[in-house]
Design a protein around this ligand. Sequence first.
Ligand code: MLT
Ligand code: MN
Ligand code: ZN
Length: 306
Amino acid sequence: MRVRVLGAAAGGGFPQWNCGCDNCRGVREGTIRATPRTQDSLAVSPGGDRWFLLNASPEIRSQVESFPSLHPRRPRHSPIEAIVLANGDLDHCLGVFSLREAHPIVIYATERVRHGITESNVFYRTLERFPDQVTWRALKVGREDELAGGDGRPSGLTVEPVAAPGKLPVHLDGLVSPDPEDNVGLRIRERTSGRVLAYFSAIGKLSRSVLQALDGVDCIFFDGTFWSSDELSGPGLMAKTAEDLAHLPIGGEDGSLQALARLSARRRVYIHINNTNPILREDSAERRAVEAAGCEVAFDGMEVTL
Ligand code: MLT
Ligand code: MN
Ligand code: ZN
């Protein structure tokens, strides 16, 4: 299985349009050792020919252009056979509205995530311009489904969603009550090799089901939003902790790094990295701590073969 990081940043990207924090200013001015990143999305493929996107970021157009394997091979064509959505956050699903050029698309998502996108949303009409413009395939926690494109041909990859502690998309907060299928981690398994990719980019807590789902997998992409709990509140950027935003910090005694270091996966990679996070700086102490624990920091264009 081939995995390509299309975007490694959290919502807002790196640098973020309205942010002048040390990292954002430094990367703009070229005064820190760090590279820009677009918003969180992966592309996975069984053999390099047929591709499935995990989340669809607002920067999907430039992400597709940046990766020749995703370019059309005929006048009207896309090697992207389907998109899998892990939640309804705008940084993870706005991209589907950019794929509106009269091309049928297949989207795998839980019923909750589908509902949040299709109901009471006048923008969704742009994806209903002809019958079956979007084919929705329902993901169910605990069930493993074959990944396939519009023709239904099995790809040899399966997807299994895992309920993960998270939160409702900001725009649905207060409108609906929370549900375990609002936010899921994704296990992608290749049938022939048995290799498993775990993509858990929005994780509020290491619940027992999350830890179980990560146990024994070959490669983990994990929530790397914040290094510390007070990363936004400390410098006065926002009066919320990492935990309030349902992102478990990397550092500290109860942070994710300690837990990831104990897992047996060959590759353990942080993704969905907020622009304030010190791990973005290649020469920071926090970056060294991540690497010393055997973990990696995702960047746009990173590839992993399982
Ligand atoms: C998150 O990762 O918490 C969300 O992307 C936040 C947001 O949508 O503003
Ligand atoms: Mn996000
Ligand atoms: Zn910033």
